[in-house]
Design a protein. Structure first.
Length: 133
């Protein structure tokens, strides 16, 4: 893992949260998009070398909707940049971590993504991110 790529924050209302984070960072989000496969609408903010991803559920059965129902708004995941997502997934699987999928998925911000189950990472959802070519 190369670095923290971003921190994901689950929010109930993306527009309200965008205004809060615009005030906090002094800039609007640099990117907004819908990820249909995950049932989310996202906004990305940059602060120096750091990125924050706000995530709003677009369907009632999406992982973010379930997270919000169970835990409320707050930090949802920490994402780490990797050079080769498939080899990193294999390495982590061999180390005993539980992957939520066997193959990387297309994610937000032009990335391939994969997640590690929080039960194998002290309750923290970990996302692996690789830039798409």
């Amino acid at each position: 893992m190369d670095k923290i790529e971003h921190i994901g924050i689950a929010v109930k209302d993306l527009e309200v949260s965008n205004r809060i984070f615009e005030k906090l960072f002094g800039v609007p989000p640099y990117k907004q998009e819908v990820v249909l496969t995950e049932g989310v609408r996202t906004s990305f903010f940059e602060s120096g070398p750091n990125k924050i991803e706000l995530l709003e559920a677009t369907t009632e059965d999406s992982p973010i909707a379930k997270f919000l129902e169970k835990r409320g708004e707050g930090i949802h995941h920490i994402a780490f940049a990797v050079e080769d997502i498939r080899s990193e997934m294999e390495r982590l699987k061999n180390e005993g971590f539980v992957l939520l999928s066997e193959e990387p998925k297309s994610g937000a911000d032009n990335k391939w993504v994969a997640f590690l189950h929080p039960k194998s990472t002290n309750g923290v959802l970990i996302e692996l991110c690789q830039d798409k070519e």
